[in-house]
Design a binder for this molecule. Structure first.
Ligand SMILES: Cc1ncc(COP(=O)(O)O)c(C=O)c1O
Length: 458
């Protein structure tokens, strides 16, 4: 980690963000580390946003930036899109919580069923974390088995069953606050060794309830997994009666309108959805096989004599999220917004890689469609930025791909130059990022690399 002191980049950042710093000091009095989401933690302090529109954000000091954080992946049409504002305003007038069933939840559910190929039945939740929790419990109840297999560094939210084994935990033994009974029943598998995963599943199939994964790989593709491994997992779990859970919280409606499963033609038993699902408002949905979701069905439980899996949730399919979700998914279904976001992502990668090549910096932008990551090459491998193939790299290389010692200053430099990256670092691209936004992002990259070079960090 390069020192944050004595850096011109830091000085420039601090000079531009005085009001954000003042707010951060208030935040420190309230929240651990001053933030309410770990990914927003940033040195020396995070910026505070006042308002946002399209793909632009304005911070407390009036600085404008091109936004590539995309509401942690929940935005496909940028901020305050007129169609979503209209739908949400209309619903506010009609009431935000009838504590009753309502037509908008039906429309929302019908759109999910239309778009996601494996969705025979669904239940709405309030978040991706909750949805994965429900998936795991259903899988255990359905199979009568205990163990969950998850993959190193794949992220599935912060609840107990999946809070360890991700890159946010130092190691798999470092799980303060989690019951040993849960830890003993979660196997953290190495995603880089498909042969041993298969063997693991075959040898322990009697006690494995489910395999959960991010199908495009850890960090939604920052560490790519590949279709062949996913296909192998589908075939193996199907043979062994293990429930396969796709976490499509990020990839759903983004990789394709029907998620990774539609794009790759591999159907899981259960899928967790969130983010774009709610059009930028809170919401999640567990979708999948009817016989598994029927474990939550009052009638099925009564007729078949089993104990129903309970599922409550004050804000499940709340009318505001449902209204935004319907407006969002209607456009996913009827327009080309998913394709457009993916095309813009491809263009951004090409632009950024031409900057890396021109500047002689051995970094590379890669990723699937609208999910863009920057390989910062901490091992200083000899690579050609414009021909870097993340899929053929050893997983260990990609797992540390964002960890260049200058990564923090790089992010600050990009902010100084008017671009807000995601923390990986990377860019979550939307359908409202236009050519001039991408050109600005390329210019910001060039200027930021120049700043890093001036400090002998590259
Ligand atoms: C792949 C994945 N799964 C699950 C989650 C958790 O979703 P939520 O933040 O809605 O609880 C996230 C959130 O970033 C995610 O990226």
């Amino acid at each position: 980690m390069s020192s944050l002191t004595n850096s011109h980049i830091l000085t420039e950042f601090e000079a531009k963000t005085k009001k954000s710093k003042a707010r951060h000091l208030r935040g420190l009095d309230l929240f651990p580390s001053g933030v309410v989401h770990d990914s927003r933690y940033m040195k020396p302090y995070p910026i505070y946003i006042e308002h946002a529109r399209g793909c632009r954000k304005w911070d407390a000091d009036g600085n404008e930036s091109v936004d590539f954080y995309g509401g942690h992946g929940s935005l496909l049409l940028g901020h305050a899109h007129p169609s979503l504002v209209k739908a949400i305003n209309r619903q506010v007038e009609l009431g935000t919580h009838p504590a009753a069933c309502h037509e908008t939840e039906l429309m929302w559910g019908e759109l999910v069923k239309l778009l996601i190929p494996s969705a025979e039945r669904l239940r709405f939740t309030a978040s991706g974390t909750e949805t994965n929790l429900m998936a795991i419990r259903l899988a255990r109840a359905f199979t009568g088995r205990n163990k969950l297999v998850r993959f190193r560094n794949h992220f599935h939210g912060w609840q107990d069953h999946v809070a360890f084994g991700s890159k946010f935990q130092k190691n798999t033994a470092d799980v303060p606050g989690i019951l040993s009974g849960i830890i003993e029943n979660v196997i953290v598998a190495d995603p880089s060794a498909p042969g041993s995963i298969r063997q693991l599943l075959v040898s322990n199939s009697d006690d494995i309830a489910a395999v959960i994964l991010e199908p495009t790989g850890a960090g939604s593709g920052q560490v790519p997994l590949g279709r062949d491994v996913v296909k192998m997992l589908r075939e193996t779990t199907e043979k062994l009666g293990i429930v396969l859970i796709f976490d499509e919280v990020v990839t759903g409606f983004r990789v394709s309108p029907g998620g990774v499963q539609a794009a790759w033609g591999v159907l899981p038993d259960l899928t967790a959805l969130a983010k774009i699902l709610g059009g930028g408002l809170p919401g999640g949905a567990l979708v999948g096989r009817r016989d598994i979701l029927d474990l939550m069905d009052f009638n099925a439980a009564e007729i078949q004599g089993f104990s129903k899996i309970p599922h409550q949730g004050t804000f499940n399919a709340n009318p505001l999220s449902a209204a935004a979700g319907v407006a969002m998914l209607n456009q996913v279904a009827e327009t080309n917004i998913t394709t457009k976001a993916n095309e813009q992502g491809e263009k951004l990668k090409a632009l950024w890689n031409s900057v890396f090549a021109a500047e002689g910096v051995p970094w590379s932008a890669y990723g699937l469609g609208s999910s863009v990551y920057i390989f910062t090459n901490p091992g200083n491998l000899k690579i050609d930025p414009e021909n870097f193939d993340a899929n053929t790299q050893p997983m260990a290389v990609m797992e540390s791909g964002g960890n260049h010692p200058a990564a923090t200053l790089f992010r600050l430099a990009m902010l100084v130059n008017g671009v807000d990256l995601s923390s990986k670092p990377g860019a979550i691209v939307s359908a409202v990022h236009e050519e001039d936004d991408l050109a600005e992002a390329a210019e910001a990259l060039r200027a930021s690399l120049t700043m890093l070079k001036a400090e002998a960090l590259l």
